[in-house]
Structure formats: structure tokens, C-alpha cells
Design a protein around this ligand. Structure first.
Ligand code: ZN
Length: 305
């Protein structure tokens, strides 16, 4: 059925459920949020159905529905896994949302939605191959090619955070222990907590990542050294990704993406590890910030409207 006049996006998170309605040109028509019903699967399904029904009533049109959520749907079983809303794990959420909404829905994880949002009408608009890298409390990522999320048979395309930090120096081996069971994962160095741990191990002082960045800006030598180590590690990790994917544009998201110096410092370093005589990949700050998840969910239906 091609009667959809709107793109509706749902960001289904552990604490809130947000809905956005986008017009065909990406204009935001409506946005609303509710608290996520506490570990009550049926109430979550109904909460989403109510948000969609209200939006459509208000806007007087039917929408396509895309849903972004942490975790991934197993292609083998159709069941969600790895969500921080534990009651969603092990549930056939796509089939169940399709039942309560009475239409086909598309579901992708939040990192993929971030990459898709920036590729469709954000900082990577017009780029063919986009790597969206999240540098937050964790490190994740998603890949968009030609306006579509690259999924892959395991549903993990772009998930670079638990690869090892490439070209490690002796003092980076084996690296910090990671929750995933390995040591020296990219996430243990490039997440916000990773920067804090690195600063602590050099100074024995505990500071938040925001304070480390501010201290470096103010000329503090130890903070500046931590930032330079961070930039050099990010350059190596992204060079490794460039050697595999060769993206046109890399967009950064998550809390560490707000560190403006990264966008000059990292491309000035990464050519040392990129296997090419020149690097034309651009590294850019995201446009939509915290809205990328819900916007990207709406863009899971690129041809709707
Ligand atoms: Zn790990």
C-alpha cells in the first residue's frame, strides 16, 4: 500500500520512547515523547501504538513507521538481543509491532539510525558511503551505502568498538579489560570513560572527560597529553576502518564528538596508517545530535512520503 504521506520515526530507548513525524523533504512536523513503561513488554507495544495513532490523527495522514532501538534482531530467529530494555530481549518485536500497528515496520539499531540520519539530511548528505561512529559511553557504529543501512548476515555491520585498537604500542598491550571479555578493545580507549581511564592512569587523578577536554583547552599539560593520545588512537582506529570500507565521509556522534579539535587533529594524523598516497575521506561533526536516532528511524523508509 502506498498511501503513506508521512515518515514516522520511533526511538525506543530504555528510559523514553520518542516519536517524530517528518515530511517528505525531512521537515519536522511533530515530536513527542513518553517515559518507557518499566519492563512491561505489552505496555511498550501499546505505548508505541498510541503515539503513532495520535500523530496520525493530528496530522491527518498515515505514516510509514521505522523504529530505532539498542540491540539487534537476529536474522536466524527474528528475536531481539542485546537491548538495555531487558524485557524486549528474546521477543519477536518486528512481528509484534507490525501486529499492533497494522503495517510493515522497519527496525534498526540506534547506531545505524544515527548514520542514516546524517547520510539522508545531515552532515554526510550527498555522500555515497558513510561511516557513522559513536564515541560515547560506549563505541559503536553504522554504515550507510547509497542511502541504505548496510545490515549484513550477522546484523553487526559497522560495529567496530570491540575490535582491538590497531597498531598498538607496547604500553597499550594488552590494554584495559573490556566488559566483552577481551582486552584492548577500541571502546576501552575511545569511549568517554576510556579517556577518563587513560588520564587517571597517567596522573592518578579522576576527572570527567568534559573536564579533561576543558583543562587541555586551558593549557594543562597532562590533559593535553591525554587528548593527544586520544587523537592519535582515534586516527589509528579510523585509518583501519578507511582501509576496509573506504568511506566518503565519517560522521562522529556521542559525547566525545563535541570535542571540536578532533576534526582537524585526526585527519592530520591518519594518513600515516591509511594505505594510500592521499586520503580524501572527510571527518565531520554530526548535524542532528541527540535527534539523530529518532530521525534516522523515520528515514528507514527513504522512499516514503
Ligand atoms: Zn570489548
Amino acid at each position: 500500500m502506498s498511501s503513506e504521506k508521512l515518515r514516522l520515526g520511533i526511538d525506543l530507548g530504555g528510559t523514553k520512547i520518542e516519536i517524530i513525524a517528518l515530511a517528505r523533504d525531512g521537515r519536522e512536523l511533530l515530536r513527542r515523547r513518553i517515559a518507557t513503561p518499566d519492563e512491561d513488554y505489552r505496555a511498550i507495544l501499546e505505548g508505541v501504538a498510541d503515539l503513532v495513532a495520535q500523530a496520525e490523527r493530528e496530522l491527518g495522514a498515515r505514516g510509514s513507521v521505522g523504529i530505532g532501538t539498542p540491540g539487534s534482531i537476529s536474522r536466524a530467529t527474528g528475536l531481539l538481543r542485546g537491548s538495555n530494555s531487558v524485557c524486549l530481549n528474546g521477543k519477536p518485536i518486528k512481528a509484534d509491532f507490525e501486529t499492533v500497528l497494522g503495517r510493515e515496520v522497519r527496525i534498526s539499531n540506534d547506531a545505524n539510525c544515527f548514520a542514516l540520519s546524517e547520510a539522508c539530511d545531515g552532515a554526510a548528505k550527498g555522500a555515497d558511503v558513510v561511516f557513522g561512529a559513536i564515541l560515547g559511553t560506549g563505541v559503536g557504529g553504522g554504515i550507510v551505502v547509497g542511502g541504505n543501512v548496510l545490515v549484513g548476515p550477522n546484523g553487526i555491520a559497522g560495529e567496530w568498538g570491540h575490535n582491538p585498537l590497531p597498531w598498538p604500542t607496547d604500553d597499550e598491550r594488552p590494554g584495559p579489560q573490556c566488559f566483552c571479555g577481551h582486552s584492548g578493545c577500541i571502546e576501552t580507549f575511545l569511549s568517554g570513560p576510556g579517556l577518563e581511564r587513560d588520564y587517571f592512569s597517567a596522573t592518578r587523578r579522576r576527572l570527567s572527560s568534559v573536564d579533561i577536554v576543558a583543562k587541555a583547552e586551558g593549557g594543562d599539560a597532562a590533559a593535553e597529553q591525554a587528548m593527544q593520545r586520544y587523537e592519535q588512537r582515534l586516527a589509528r582506529a579510523l585509518a583501519h576502518m578507511i582501509n576496509i570500507l573506504d568511506p566518503d565521509t565519517i560522521v562522529l556522534g556521542g559525547g566525545m564528538s563535541n570535542v571540536r579539535r578532533l576534526y582537524d587533529a585526526v585527519p592530520a594524523l591518519w594518513s600515516e596508517w591509511v594505505f594510500s598516497d592521499r586520503v580524501d575521506t572527510s571527518l565531520v561533526w554530526n548535524t542532528h545530535g541527540d535527534s539523530s536516532g529518532v530521525r534516522g528511524a523515520a528515514w528507514l523508509w527513504p522512499d516514503a512520503g
